[in-house]
Design a protein. Structure first.
Lengths: 336, 533
């Protein structure tokens, strides 16, 4: 059901774009209003979400460590898996954010003969995830050749690397292949693995299908239905420099692509895609394992009821004295 | 008195990791005997001034919740979202990638899909989405939202008391989402409407009143320690001194109460006593703070604080310089990650310095509490104690990393260094089951009851399986650990799944190997078992 709901949503969105931009010619709405609105929603949405997160304090110092602590000088500590200092934490976070360190640890468990548990290394999720995310970033950055004139040099460099194999005209970008393959794999594993099928919500399939549709329309425009790149650039530069003008005769494929991007961008702050921002703030990863070295302060540390020593001794004084335990206030004089 | 009649083959035989297609949003649980814990008894709930004390059991149809229970839970959730960034973030950013799914020992031992950490969290997240986000308003059920109902509450009780807060899933999560944090907060919420379990409530009440989980009063505590001193004298011929509540001692020693009341913990206690005597440590026990463990940490941050407060208070009253802590798991999570924040600053103490080696424990300079394994490893490294490894030759030893020392402290090499210096036969279990990837005993966080026997055996399956592996491969017959709950619950677990492997503490092994000045000729280990020829 969840997967059908997601697919249907995508279909409705595409129909909306075809009808809106194609049939009723709402070029201004689809070409100018939606992109600006989407980006505004994105920026305001993400900022307000991050503010919301930041407003909740981190009351306790709860890193999950994955390596040897720094204790005695002759025991080698694990500086990245159990960092005790800020540079170590930055290293750990960088590994997590750039290379998906924790996913790389992934294993797959199995039960043999109903008795023996076995664990094998399982890197496919890591591979699919890393190919997808890095390709997405490269593709996003590559698009700046459309937004900016002159094209920034890092974009040209990226383009050259991405088109390294120089296959076909226009030359094939490796990331186009990789992102499609990775997305297909990420969808496949949600369907093929019974556990994942069980946990997957519509909001898990939807972004995958959405991004896949965006990639597909992009690929169609570049390699199959060659569209007028100059017109698109004129339009994009206009948007980017806040002098927008409604593009003429670009074709419906472009509007579908653009509309789906708008949907993605505005969906972002209300969805699990927030993990992009949240990963920076997760207290089990971004704190150093120096809990006993440095006091962590809880801003709302609140008073609780305690059973004081005096109350304790009052209750047990006689028994303590009888058994020869020292006490603060002796009863023995009165009792004698 | 086990409630489970299932034989190991039967229990393991029906585990499947392929959940049937059924909507998990439907909250249905069945409280079969053997897989849940009994409720907190009203007397102790009342003593702790916790809400809604009453007689009830999870098998009852009516849980006698307060009339406005729903409002209490939702307001409690809102309040916690504002107070805990962890919770707010963990509610928002999970992508359900499933990396955690088969990392949980309860999932591996039961195959119940709601024991996948991701779904355990979704049980709460679905309510969060429903009442705190826009998504549910736009997409309804497709957003994975659901209404908070009494059945959801029952499901929470079932599954959040089927998590031992071991944090293994958090190691594998790309965002470090920590189910222990979610579990603790949900248990806190449930406790607001009077839902809790007796194996937590009663130890907390006892600890509050008498200083320890078992409710042992000061004279009983003294008797236990005195008895251990006598027993150690019989084994070694040396009468050691074990001062209690001694003002002006240099060090306060805190250890879980099971050490002086439970077996095999007791042999570790003998090990401590022998070691402290041998190095001439100026230390004291405390009857007021006669518990290192903190079952409060299994149910609420406030109760955790309330019990933990005794340690610093007692250190201050007795005027010690610093604190030494014995072998325990969750105790050390609380000491390492919470104590200083909750009840510090400990500015009346000094940065711990070993009186024997002069080593300054810089890693504890704020909290001022040293782990016994750090302390002993330093003694051995500096050749301050004489050890005869061969006295442990009758043991083929493996080491179970307890969850909290491994994943909260990163205390991984210290116990290994000690073990390797006190025995000749040490074998590691497979790498996916030790160190930061260690598997829980299956009975932590207050779930170690007889009535919960089947679920404990299920949860402990991955650990037992790894023990079985080294038993068959290397003939391992001793499972070392540094956690009181392990020492209590691994023996029945190993008996059930493996058999023929004893469980004991690292300092029991130290006590076996320790050559004491003036000792009589030793023929047995601390258990009274003869050394091998």
């Amino acid at each position: 059901m969840n997967i059908i709901f997601s697919l249907l949503t995508i279909a409705v969105l595409i129909v909306l774009a075809v009808l809106g931009a194609g049939t009723i010619k709402l070029d201004f709405l689809f070409g100018i209003i939606f992109p600006y609105a989407a980006v505004s929603v994105f920026i305001v949405g993400i900022i307000s979400r991050v503010i919301k997160w930041a407003k909740s304090p981190v009351p306790f110092h709860i890193p999950t460590v994955a390596g040897q602590q720094k204790s005695l000088p002759w025991i080698k500590s694990s500086k990245l898996e159990s960092p005790s200092s800020t540079p170590g934490v930055i290293g750990r976070m960088a590994l997590e954010i750039l290379l998906f360190r924790s996913l790389f640890r992934n294993t797959k468990s199995g039960l043999i003969d109903g008795q023996k548990l076995v664990y094998g290394s399982s890197k496919y999720l890591w591979l699919g995830a890393i190919l997808f995310h890095w390709s997405l970033l490269v593709i996003f950055l590559r698009h700046f050749r459309l937004f900016m004139q002159p094209v920034p040099s890092f974009v040209l460099m990226l383009q050259n690397i991405d088109g390294f194999f120089q296959i076909g005209v226009p030359e094939l970008y490796v990331t186009d292949i990789l992102i499609t393959a990775a997305l297909l794999y990420l969808i496949y594993r949600r369907l093929a693995d019974a556990k994942l099928r069980y946990i997957s919500l519509a909001s898990d399939y939807f972004p995958l299908f959405l991004i896949l549709s965006i990639a597909a329309t992009g690929i169609l425009m570049r390699y199959f239905y060659r569209i007028d790149i100059l017109k698109i650039k004129e339009f994009a530069v206009g948007l980017f420099s806040f002098h927008p003008s409604v593009p003429q005769g670009i074709g419906i494929l472009f509007y579908i692509h653009l509309f789906l991007v708008c949907v993605l961008v505005s969906y972002f702050p209300f969805s699990k895609l927030l993990h992009m921002a949240g990963i920076f703030l997760t207290p089990t990863r971004n704190l150093a394992n120096n809990s006993r070295m440095k006091r962590h302060v809880n801003p709302w540390n609140r008073p609780v009821r305690v059973h004081t020593y005096d109350e304790y001794e009052d209750e047990f004084r006689d028994k303590m004295e009888d058994s020869g335990l020292p006490v603060e206030k002796s009863n023995s004089l009165e009792r004698n | 008195m086990s409630e489970s009649k299932l034989k190991p083959e039967e229990l393991a035989g029906n585990i499947k990791y392929e959940p049937k297609e059924k909507d998990w949003l439907d909250p249905s649980v069945e409280f079969k005997h053997g897989v849940f814990n009994y409720s907190g008894i009203p007397k102790n709930v009342e003593y702790l001034q916790q809400p809604n004390p009453r007689k009830w059991q999870p098998t009852d149809k009516d849980w006698q919740l307060p009339e406005n229970w729903k409002q209490i839970i939702l307001e409690g959730l809102r309040d916690r979202l504002h107070r805990f960034r962890s919770l707010q973030i963990f509610m928002d950013i999970c992508v359900r990638c499933g990396a955690c799914a088969d990392k949980c020992h309860f999932f591996l031992g039961s195959g119940d899909p709601k024991n996948m950490p991701v779904l355990r969290a979704e049980l709460l997240r679905s309510v969060y989405r429903n009442d705190f986000t826009l998504a549910s308003k736009l997409f309804g059920k497709f957003s994975g939202s659901r209404e908070l109902t009494v059945d959801v509450i029952k499901e929470w009780f079932y599954y959040f008391f089927q998590c031992t807060q071991c944090r293994r899933c958090s190691v594998f999560c790309p965002y470090g989402i920590d189910t222990a944090e979610i579990t603790l907060l949900v248990r806190e919420l449930l406790n607001l409407i009077g839902i809790n379990i007796d194996w937590i409530i009663t130890p907390v009440a006892n600890s509050f009143r008498t200083g320890n989980h078992l409710g042992i009063q000061p004279h009983g505590f003294k008797d236990s320690i005195d008895f251990a001193v006598d027993e150690l004298e019989q084994i070694t011929g040396i009468k050691v001194d074990a001062p209690i509540n001694k003002k002006g001692a240099e060090i306060l020693f805190i250890t879980p109460s099971a050490d002086y009341f439970g077996t095999p913990h007791y042999y570790t206690l003998l090990g401590y006593l022998a070691l402290f005597h041998e190095i001439g440590l100026d230390y004291t026990w405390s009857s007021y703070a006669s518990e290192g463990g903190n079952f409060g940490s299994f149910i609420s941050h406030d109760l955790m604080k309330s019990l933990n407060a005794k340690i610093y208070a007692e250190a201050k009253r007795l005027g010690v310089k610093w604190i030494l802590g014995g072998e325990c798991g969750h105790m050390w999570r609380v000491i390492h990650q919470y104590m200083d924040t909750l009840n510090g600053p400990a500015d009346f103490l000094e940065v711990p310095v070993s009186p024997v080696t002069g080593t300054r424990f810089e890693n504890t300079r704020s909290t001022k509490m040293v782990h016994i394994c750090e302390f002993t490893a330093d003694l051995i490294k500096n050749n301050k104690i004489k050890l005869d490894k061969s006295r442990n030759d009758h043991r083929k030893i493996t080491f179970h990393d307890s969850c909290n020392p491994a994943r909260a402290l990163g205390l991984i090499e210290e116990p290994r260094y000690i073990i390797k210096n006190v025995c000749n036969n040490f074998f590691e279990m497979p790498e996916n089951t030790i160190k930061e990837q260690t598997f829980c005993c299956g009975s932590g966080s207050g779930l170690g009851t007889d009535e919960n026997f089947e679920m404990r055996m299920r949860g402990g399956l991955p650990r037992a399986n790894a023990v079985k592996f080294v038993k068959e491969k290397h003939g391992v017959n001793f499972l070392g650990c540094i956690c009181a709950i392990d020492k209590a619950t691994l023996p029945p677990l190993i008996d059930y799944w493996v058999g023929g492997v004893d469980v004991g503490g690292v300092h029991e092994l130290v006590g076996n190997a320790l050559i004491m000045n003036g000792e009589k000729e030793r023929t047995t280990d601390l258990r009274g078992e003869p050394f091998s020829e």
